[in-house]
Design a protein. Structure first.
Length: 116
C-alpha cells in the first residue's frame, strides 16, 4: 500500500486499524485481535495500541522488514522503554511454522518491495 498510494503511513497494520474503525464506526477495538506478517514498526504499534486492540500476533522479526528498506532507528530508540512496556495488549510472535514462513516471504520478496 505504501508504494501503491505513495504514502508512507499506509502500512498494513495502520490500514487495517483505519478500516476496522470505519466499518465498526468506533475508535476503540478492545475486543479484537490483529495479525501481522512482521513485527510492527512504532507507527503501526502506536495505532494498534491507541485503538486498544487486545492482542497482536506477528510472524517475522523486524529485521526482515529492514532487509527491504524499512528504517528501524525509531524502533531501536524505543525498544526497552516505557513506550512498549506500558502497552495494554498482548504481544506474541507466531508459533510453529508461521514465523518461519513469514521470514521466508520477506527474504524471497525483498527485491520486489525495496523501499529506497
Amino acid at each position: 500500500m505504501v508504494l501503491r498510494h505513495t504514502d508512507p503511513t499506509t502500512h498494513a497494520e495502520v490500514t487495517a486499524v483505519r478500516e476496522a474503525c470505519k466499518k465498526l464506526n468506533k475508535i476503540e477495538l478492545s475486543g479484537y485481535e490483529i495479525y501481522a506478517s512482521c513485527e510492527p514498526c512504532p507507527m503501526c504499534f502506536g495505532a494498534i495500541n491507541l485503538s486498544r486492540i487486545k492482542r497482536l500476533v506477528y510472524g517475522a522479526k523486524d529485521e526482515a522488514a529492514n532487509a527491504i528498506g524499512f528504517d528501524d532507528f525509531i524502533a531501536d530508540a524505543l525498544r526497552g522503554t516505557g513506550f512498549y512496556q506500558k502497552a495494554q495488549l498482548e504481544i506474541k510472535r507466531a508459533d510453529g511454522n508461521g514465523a518461519a514462513i513469514a521470514e521466508q516471504v520477506f527474504e524471497k520478496t525483498k527485491e520486489k518491495f525495496r523501499m529506497y
